[in-house]
Design a protein around this ligand. Structure first.
Ligand code: SAM
Ligand code: DTB
Ligand code: SF4
Length: 382
């Protein structure tokens, strides 16, 4: 039997209206009180946010969250590894890099039929976005029509589509967009200053170039990284500052807590203080107030209390389903119980007949206040 998050099937499939009463912003706070989105954060400003007393930081982040979103709503994505392992890159955290002995077997690209079956299951279980990942440095041109077919069929199920396939050329990005791809995930992963300690086989500039191709093709960007890789607080601030100072804030910002996999160079790294992880979420929310901040890898080892703190700090998206790409994620029953315990609801997303998605990313009145959000390619509210 397929389990599902309460209420989601109706919300996604039938485009049910949002609740009439929505605590998106504190009582009495006028709509025009949100400061404009910034892309000029200095290191000192971001570090000062990290250094705030924990309750003050959480209060500010929660206020920013409520201003732009319903804090009871969490966007739900499901991941599928459509091509696993055998990757030529050297990312020190990654179980799929061929050069490390992690026990992950390399597979060929899955068939479209099998991907669609998994997407149907994800939708039935309550996901609104389906993200297809491939362990590639970059796709070969001959792979693009195969991935495009998957995107078209997943989109036809009424799901938002996302892919993460490595570096893309401008032509490849356009072809994926034309197939109906809504989001492209490509992470900067860490502070440019710490980057060389983690990845040597491609430059951070290569990643920024891919993000530019994705934006130019008209897709939404999903871009974040990993914390707990041995970076300092200053470098965590540098990582978030780099994201916030991009030409457009990423529409989704996945914050992964390192999943330590035996065989990778980062296995055995000292674990990050959980409160420092919550601070990272809170600062991401403050720097990129209109973005979806995703509590990504690492949830399997987090208690409900830590996840609740992350939602309080402004996280409003998760990966849902027993598996990430190759590692574990909380099982769906545990997430359903967590949502029920915290009074959270899956975020309403509908995909119309033309394949345009209408997500809960920003409220219509907020869009009107912030034209920058539109130029960043965010969906208009339904
Ligand atoms: N190969 C493509 C690429 O690197 O862009 C797409 C897949 S890659 C696995 C996507 C992201 O997963 C990485 O950028 C990284 O942020 C995250 N990731 C990979 N291994 C992880 C780990 N052990 N812990 C946390 N996040 C991880
Ligand atoms: C992202 O930032 N996190 C996801 C998604 N984008 C593709 C991947 C997490 C992978 C964790 C390790 C694994 O399962 O292999
Ligand atoms: Fe390859 Fe992506 Fe893993 Fe790096 S993160 S080794 S590029 S699959």
């Amino acid at each position: 039997m397929v389990s599902r998050l309460p209420g989601l099937a109706l919300r996604v499939c039938q485009g049910m209206p949002m609740p009439a009463v929505s605590p998106r912003r504190p009582h009495g706070q006028p709509a025009d009180s949100a400061p404009p989105l910034r892309h000029d954060w200095t290191p000192a400003e971001v570090e000062a946010l990290f250094d705030l007393p924990f309750p003050e930081l959480l209060f500010r982040a929660a206020a920013a969250h409520r201003h732009h979103f319903d804090p009871a709503e969490v966007q739900v994505s499901t991941l599928l590894s459509v091509k696993t392992g055998g990757c030529p890159e050297d990312c020190a955290y990654c179980p799929q890099a061929q050069r490390y002995h992690t026990g992950v077997d390399a597979t060929k690209l899955m068939s479209t039929e099998d991907v669609v079956e998994k997407a149907k299951q994800a939708k039935a279980a309550g996901a609104s976005r389906f993200c297809m990942g491939a362990a590639w440095r970059s796709p070969k041109d001959r792979d693009i029509p195969k991935v495009a077919a998957m995107i078209r069929e997943v989109k036809a199920l009424g799901l938002e589509t996302c892919a993460t396939l490595g570096m893309l050329s401008g032509t490849q990005a356009t072809a994926l967009r034309e197939a109906g791809l809504d989001y492209y995930n490509h992470n900067i992963d860490t502070d440019p200053e710490f980057y060389d300690a983690i990845i040597r086989t491609r430059e951070i500039q290569d990643r920024l170039d891919t993000l530019e191709h994705v934006r130019d093709a008209g897709m939404k960007t999903c871009c974040g990284g990993i914390v707990g890789m041995g970076e300092t607080r200053r470098q965590r601030a540098g990582f978030l500052r780099t994201l916030a100072n991009l030409p457009a804030h990423p529409d989704s910002v996945p914050i992964n807590r390192l999943v330590q996999v035996e065989g990778t160079p980062l296995h055995g790294t000292e674990a990050l203080d959980p409160f420092e992880f919550v601070r990272t979420i809170a600062v991401a929310r403050l720097l990129m107030p209109q973005s979806m901040v995703r509590l990504s890898a690492g949830r399997e080892d987090m208690g409900d209390e830590l996840q609740a703190l992350c939602f309080l700090a402004g996280a409003n998206s998760i990966f849902y389903g027993e598996k990430l790409l190759t590692t574990g994620n909380p099982d769906t029953e545990r997430d359903q119980a967590l949502f029920a315990r915290l009074g959270l609801r899956p975020m309403h997303v509908s995909v119309d007949a033309d394949g345009h998605d209408h997500g809960g990313t920003v409220h219509a009145d907020i869009v009107a206040e912030a034209p920058a959000a539109r130029s960043a390619g965010r969906p208009c509210a339904a």
